[in-house]
Write a protein that binds this ligand. Structure first.
Ligand SMILES: Cc1cc2nc3c(=O)[nH]c(=O)nc-3n(C[C@H](O)[C@H](O)[C@H](O)COP(=O)(O)OP(=O)(O)OC[C@H]3O[C@@H](n4cnc5c(N)ncnc54)[C@H](O)[C@@H]3O)c2cc1C
Length: 401
């Protein structure tokens, strides 16, 4: 299943991950993690400290959708609290927002401990609309956040610090963060405690229950026998017991040349409320990464090169509309796209498979998938240790099926 196309900017760096071997024998372990994107790397680093964990990746670690993430790390979800009310209670939204802020702090603690080799930086975030019809939605969300103790400023035409038109916006000072997702994966892998149990170019073709064990068969015919499996295969559902776990879209991204001397207010992470929506940030090397223009995806309609080309042109035009001063100054140097999954409540799919409780999903959905994964590692740990976690029902696969 093709989930990524183009030349992702984040993988094009000098500091590459070391190569891990492919698995060429049968092995046993307590927990098998399938998929070495950011989710697999996060859960592997977390669990390998305490448990006997094997991680297998069918290609290279950190090279799939994770290398396409624009890596805006934010606590807010794709929809505002009011729009989520049929799927989440307001008290749940507050818990999820708090979980998002805590996850950002946990990434900060990680880089404090292991060194900041992934360009991590706390940032302010801004979501805005240019449509008059959305103003009341923004006002309601502002009141919701304020009443629940979140630091947020309401932006309108008069106090807009950005050069583009804003009808309404929410500005959260230091309410977000950014990093290089590939380098973060690299740091997670390097600080994992199971270096001899990480395998690349090892695809799991089949999962089978045998008594109390799960048997995973690799593309080379080897067998991994384990007590529990964690599926972190992203949006590739080839081996998942349940299918159609999320509604899939393709999201497109361009990265410009280095534009010296150009910036915007506070180097804020910016997202709009258009349909299709757009998101952007400044990279540490003075480039702009600009994404969005999502289009629906289904298996019969894989990533379409022709459509992708059109989307890259649309993104460039849109960027110039936001910042007309960049006319004749920008050149698009990277273009790529990848799959994205959405669920009704904007949250990932984390929890036991309904077909086999020894199989756990660890899938992120929505625009803040990375934040989902940072929180999700605690949820997975609680499930493995049979501990109650009040957020479990919100992420459980049960809610979808
Ligand atoms: C364009 C774009 C922009 C985004 N921007 C943001 C953002 O700003 N902020 C944010 O938080 N999130 C963002 N996301 C979402 C984020 O990228 C995802 O939440 C995250 O990458 C999911 O990571 P993953 O590990 O689940 O998936 P992946 O990175 O796709 O990793 C899954 C891995 O599983 C492997 N695999 C699959 N099947 C098998 C198998 N059978 N055996 C072995 N290995 C297998 C694959 O090779 C792959 O490496 C964005 C996504 C896209 C596409």
């Amino acid at each position: 299943m093709e989930v990524v196309k183009g030349n992702p900017y984040f993988c094009d760096c000098e500091s590459k991950m070391k190569n891990y071997p492919y698995l060429n024998k049968n092995i046993d372990c307590d927990i098998l993690i399938i998929g070495g994107g950011i989710n697999g790397c996060i859960i592997n680093q977390h669990l390998s400290k305490k448990k006997d964990v094997v991680l297998v990746e069918k290609g290279r670690l950190g090279f799939c959708c994770s290398s396409c993430a624009t890596a805006l790390l934010e606590y807010q979800l794709d929809d505002f609290a009011k729009d989520l009310k049929k799927d989440l209670k307001p008290t749940d939204v507050v818990k999820i927002y708090k979980m998002g802020l805590k996850s950002i702090q946990e990434i900060k603690q990680f880089v404090n401990k292991h060194g900041n080799h992934c360009e991590f930086s706390l940032k302010s975030s801004f979501v805005y609309t240019k449509s008059f019809f959305d103003i009341s939605k923004f006002k309601k969300e502002y009141v919701f956040r304020k009443q629940n103790g979140f630091k947020v400023k309401f932006i309108n035409k008069k106090n807009n610090p950005f050069p583009f038109k804003v009808k309404a916006g929410l500005f959260c000072e230091n309410g977000g963060a950014e990093f290089n997702p590939y380098l973060f994966c690299k740091q997670l892998i390097e600080s994992s405690s199971n270096q001899d149990k990480i395998f690349e170019h090892t695809e799991i073709d089949m999962l089978e229950r045998k008594g109390e064990k799960i048997i995973a068969k690799t593309n080379y015919g080897n067998i991994i026998s384990c007590n529990k499996v964690i599926i972190s295969t992203g949006f590739d559902e080839k081996i998942t017991p349940e299918k159609n776990l999320s509604e899939k879209f393709v999201s497109y991204t361009i990265v410009t040349n280095k534009i010296e001397g150009f910036s915007w207010f506070d180097k804020t992470l910016i997202q709009d409320f258009c349909d299709p929506y757009h998101y952007l940030r400044l990279l540490p090397d003075d480039r702009i990464i600009f994404g969005g223009e999502d289009s629906p995806y289904n298996l019969k309609k894989p990533i379409n090169e022709k459509l992708a080309k059109k989307k890259y042109i649309l993104l460039e035009k849109y960027l110039l509309k936001l910042f007309p001063v960049l006319k004749n100054k920008i050149k698009v140097e990277y273009k790529f796209c990848g799959l994205f999954g959405f669920t009704d409540n904007n949250l990932g799919v984390i929890g036991k498979s309904l077909n086999d409780d020894k199989i756990l999903y660890f899938l992120s959905c929505g625009a803040n998938g990375i934040i989902n994964a940072m929180f999700g590692r605690h949820l997975i740990e609680d499930i493995l240790e049979n501990k109650k976690n009040e957020l479990e029902p919100l992420f459980s696969p049960k809610r979808l099926l």
